[in-house]
Design a binder for this molecule. Structure first.
Ligand code: NDP
Length: 321
């Protein structure tokens, strides 16, 4: 395979002393740095659009009190304003009816100051997710979940593509910068087939001329199939599931997983029990065989918000031209 060359986004992973026999060799793909660069591009694009009298506007709708969703929404709104966009926040209580939510979506669809609409998932059980996502004007669907955008993505037409896979693609193109970001002919294995990550990820890799294999919970011999990959994208939701045995030496590994695990007082560097974030990839073992790897946190996560704002700018450009 084309072994990727470290770029400004990558730094060498330092080998813990206990790993002396099989030292980590992978380069760390720095999602924070990549997202900062993308946000700078978006900010410049917003400023240029402002000269034509248009300020992109992103409306975020949050229902209920889910703590993780609250944090995501707070971060999204902060970054929106930092990029010079207008941010419209709609917080609704858990007992909001589907009809009320659909009415809000209809009013945002009709509002010319709103170019992008994001309804934070998950929704309460009494609201049908599909009905809400399909009600969003596809031109304002900056999450890329509307069927029109999903279909366009599969057909290789112009689409607002889901943010997390788009962020993964950008990290991959950065990693293969020596080949001009060209991924043609590489074998990519995507582990997971959700509508939000796995399926659009496979579509984007196929559009980039990769040979794509998609694994899921019913796949037979997943480790063996994965070991054939030049690029591995893990989006499963199972802490540390992908170990070194799944990885071909020199492969590039993108870890989408965000899992919260308990850490005992003995294992914790603070000496106190705590929860910590880990990916789907067992970082230490995989870093010893891969050529490049994203960390968790600090890898794919920061790219998701940056791509959301890039989609909002794209939506505003299309709606104002
Ligand atoms: P889902 O639960 O919707 O999908 C998980 C997928 O993994 C399913 O397709 C499932 O297969 C597959 N799977 C489950 N177990 C196995 C197994 N043993 N072997 C192979 N495949 C398996 O999750 P999401 O796609 O929404 O998210 C995946 C992870 O990514 C989560 O940790 C989530 O928190 C994280 N995430 C991170 C984001 C970020 O910004 N960094 C954004 C979105 C998600 P099947 O279809 O057969 O059930």
């Amino acid at each position: 395979m084309n072994t990727p060359t470290a770029t400004a986004t990558t730094t060498l992973v330092t080998a813990p002393s206990s790993e002396a026999v099989n030292p980590p060799r992978a380069h760390l793909i720095d999602g924070k740095a990549a997202s900062t660069r993308l946000l700078e591009e978006v900010t410049a694009g917003v400023a240029e659009l402002a000269t034509r009298g248009v300020t992109p506007g992103l409306a975020v709708v949050l229902i209920g009190e889910d703590p993780a969703s609250q944090v995501y929404v707070r971060n999204k709104l902060k970054r929106t304003v930092e990029c010079g966009m207008h941010s419209f926040e709609h917080r609704l209580t858990d007992d909001t009816s589907e009809a009320e939510l659909l009415a809000l979506v209809a009013s945002l669809n009709a509002d010319p100051a709103v170019h992008g609409i994001l309804v934070q998932l998950p929704l309460p059980e009494h609201i049908q997710e599909d009905a809400v996502l399909e009600a969003i004007d596809p031109r304002k669907d900056v999450d890329g979940f509307h069927r029109m955008n999903v279909g366009a993505l599969i057909q290789g037409a112009d689409a607002l593509a889901p943010c997390t896979p788009t962020g993964c693609m950008r990290l991959l193109r950065d990693t293969f910068v020596e080949q001009g970001g060209d991924l043609s002919g590489l074998h990519a294995v995507v582990i997971g087939r959700s509508n939000i990550v796995g399926k659009p990820m496979a579509s984007l890799l196929l559009a980039a001329n990769c040979s794509v294999t998609q694994l899921h919970s019913r796949s037979r011999n997943p480790a063996e199939l994965c070991r054939q990959a030049d690029i591995v994208v893990a989006a499963v939701g199972r802490p540390n599931m992908i170990t070194a045995e799944w990885i071909k030496p020199g492969a590039v590994v993108i870890d989408v997983g965000i899992n919260r695990i308990e850490q005992s007082a003995e294992d914790s560097p603070t000496g106190q029990a705590r929860t910590r974030l880990v990916g789907d990839v067992d970082f230490t073992s995989v870093a010893s065989v891969a050529s490049a790897i994203t960390p968790v946190p600090g890898g794919v996560g920061p790219m998701t918000i940056a791509c959301l704002l890039a989609n909002t700018l794209t939506a505003a450009l299309r709606q104002s031209s």
